[in-house]
Design a protein around this ligand. Structure first.
Ligand code: AMP
Length: 118
């Protein structure tokens, strides 16, 4: 891996194409790519270019960005043909299952879901 990718989060490396990923959408503020270990037939991660570690680390200055991530998740779901039935998940913290500390929205669809989530 190049020196330039040192210090980047895993998801920055995917967005910057330092490592492989299946990117399905990108713009100036975020990118969306397929989860490598999908938990549903459609499982896409929407990730800001800015490497905010967790949702609680976002500031008031990030408010528009957070809204943009939600809008992007909805667009990605529509592009995938699952715009009428999808679930968004954000894991905030290792205790609830966050494993990559670069904020991301999971877009999940294509199977039955339970409520409350497990
Ligand atoms: P979380 O547990 O909420 O932090 O979600 C991290 C997600 O990143 C998991 O669903 C992983 O399967 C996914 N993931 C880990 N490594 C990669 C990768 N190289 N490419 C795509 N998705 C990944």
């Amino acid at each position: 891996m190049s020196e330039a990718s040192e210090g980047k989060t895993l998801f920055q490396k995917i967005i910057d194409r330092d490592i492989p990923g299946t990117i399905v959408y990108e713009d100036d503020h975020c990118a969306a790519f397929r989860d490598i270990n999908p938990g549903a037939p459609t499982h896409i991660l929407v990730v800001p270019r800015k490497p905010i570690p967790r949702l609680v680390d976002a500031s008031d200055d990030d408010q528009a960005l957070l809204g943009h991530l939600m809008r992007t998740a909805a667009k990605v779901a529509q592009d995938e043909g699952v715009g009428d039935a999808f679930r968004l998940v954000i894991n905030n913290g290792a205790d609830v299952g966050q494993t990559v500390f670069h904020l991301h929205l999971h877009v999940l669809a294509g199977r039955e879901f339970q409520w409350p989530p497990g």
